[in-house]
Every structure is written in structure tokens, then in C-alpha cells.
Design a binder for this molecule. Structure first.
Ligand code: URA
Length: 240
């Protein structure tokens, strides 16, 4: 029988168990304490503190084998009060070298997309599903995703963005717990649940900038731009 794994549930249980044993209740609260309505964008100072604590944990993490081969962990960076969080797949060689997300060629294209939306990189938060580089930039493995996902879940819960943009198939499929193709998922909002009893946040899947670089056709660029225009409308950003 093909039993479907509920990744989100597994990850939540994993982090709750972890926090229970480690006793870091501040972080555990960050995960389960889903922001109240009207708190989107949340308390910047508290979020910044929580994000710094998560970054420190990521830096010391050895929960999967990637901890051994990394140069630097890449927890993510940006505005703790961001209305939009961009989530990619995993750090590549440039990111691993610098400890910062999306700083290579794909990152330069992401910067252009963010600028085209009328924002600076520092206005948003940028991170990945995996916080360490898979050797040779291979695809993330399920065990690595399960080990790493609690960090991202805590980051999202602390930032409490209005919209999450999932860059590429790995980010979209992981956050939406589905196997559907990115071509089918992109172009419309989906619901991302912090927890089963809290209202969902809107999630827009779109093509990964690296895919776009490899397939730089007018059609693909138009598709990504249409996706971003929907995101802009959702957060009340005017066309620049
Ligand atoms: N690709 C990603 O998915 N993330 C990065 O940080 C860089 C490239």
C-alpha cells in the first residue's frame, strides 16, 4: 500500500520532541505560537531575536550528514518583519562559501525580481528548505528535509509573513506536502498552515530563478512576473 507521509506532521512532531528534550521553550513557542490575527509582520524585535537564535542553532546543527560537508550553514537573512518570504531549495557553492542565501547567479536574478516588484532585498526575508549545501548541488533527500524543516517552520512562524513565495518544485512540494509538478502548482495561491488550528498563510509557488536562467524564454519570464504581480497585489504593493 502506498502510504503517504505527512511531512508537515512529521516535522512538527520532530521539532516538538526536540524542543521538549532540549528544553528550549522560547524556540518551541516560536513554532507553535502562531501569530494572532492582525499580527502579520509581527513584533520585529522579538522576531529578530528568535531568528538569531535559530541561525545559531542552524550553525551548530549536525542532524543530517550535510553538516559534515558544509563550509558555512546558510540559515537565511532579511527583514524579520517581512511581508514576503522567499523560500528556495538549498544553498549552492556560492552560498556555502559566504553563508548567505541566493548570492550566486540565481540570486542575482532573484534580486532583479525583487527590485522589479519595487522592493529591496532587505525588505524581504530569503531562505531555503535546506540550510546546508548538498554535495554537488544534488537534490535534497527526504531525510535531510525532515531534519531541516523545523528550522524553516520556526522562521516562518516568527516572521509571520503575508505571503510565502516558494521558489521551485522542492520548496513548493515540501511546504504544500504534495508531489504535483511546479508547472501545475504555480500561478495561484495555496494555503500554508503553521499549525492545524491557525488560519493559513498564502503561498505562491513559482519557477526557481536557476530554472528560469536555464530556460530564459519570454513565456517563462512572463509567467514568473505574473506570479509576482499576484503577490504584489496580495500585499498591497503598487506596480513600480
Ligand atoms: N538556489 C537555492 O535554492 N538557494 C540558494 O540559496 C541559492 C541557489
Amino acid at each position: 500500500m502506498d502510504e503517504k507521509i505527512d511531512l508537515k506532521k512529521v516535522a512538527r512532531q520532530h521539532v516538538e520532541m526536540d524542543m521538549f528534550f532540549v528544553g528550549d521553550f522560547a524556540l518551541a513557542e516560536g513554532l507553535t505560537g502562531v501569530p494572532d490575527e492582525g499580527e502579520a509582520g509581527g513584533d520585529g524585535a522579538a522576531a529578530a531575536e528568535g531568528l538569531a537564535a535559530i541561525a545559531a542553532e542552524v550553525g551548530a546543527c549536525c542532524k543530517c550528514g550535510l553538516g559534515e560537508s558544509r563550509t558555512n550553514a546558510v540559515p537565511g537573512e532579511g527583514n524579520p518583519n517581512a511581508k514576503i518570504v522567499f523560500v528556495g531549495e538549498a544553498p549552492g557553492a556560492d552560498e556555502d562559501a559566504q553563508g548567505r542565501p541566493f548570492v550566486g547567479r540565481a540570486g542575482q536574478l532573484l534580486d532583479k525580481i525583487i527590485n522589479a516588484m519595487g522592493m529591496r532585498r532587505s525588505d524581504v526575508f530569503i531562505c531555503n528548505i535546506l540550510k546546508c549545501r548538498p554535495p554537488g548541488n544534488r537534490d535534497p533527500r527526504p531525510d535531510e528535509i525532515i531534519a531541516c524543516l523545523p528550522f524553516l517552520q520556526m522562521q516562518l512562524a516568527l516572521i509571520a509573513p503575508e505571503v510565502i513565495v516558494a521558489l521551485g518544485a522542492h520548496a513548493a512540494r515540501t511546504l504544500l506536502n504534495t508531489n504535483q509538478a511546479i508547472g501545475r502548482l504555480r500561478g495561484r495561491f495555496h494555503d500554508y498552515y503553521f499549525s492545524p488550528d491557525a488560519p493559513p498563510v498564502k503561498l505562491m509557488p513559482t519557477y526557481h530563478p536557476a530554472y528560469l536562467l536555464r530556460n530564459y524564454s519570454p513565456d517563462n519570464r512572463r509567467r514568473v512576473w505574473e506570479d509576482m504581480q499576484k503577490v504584489m497585489a496580495e500585499v498591497g504593493l503598487e506596480m513600480p
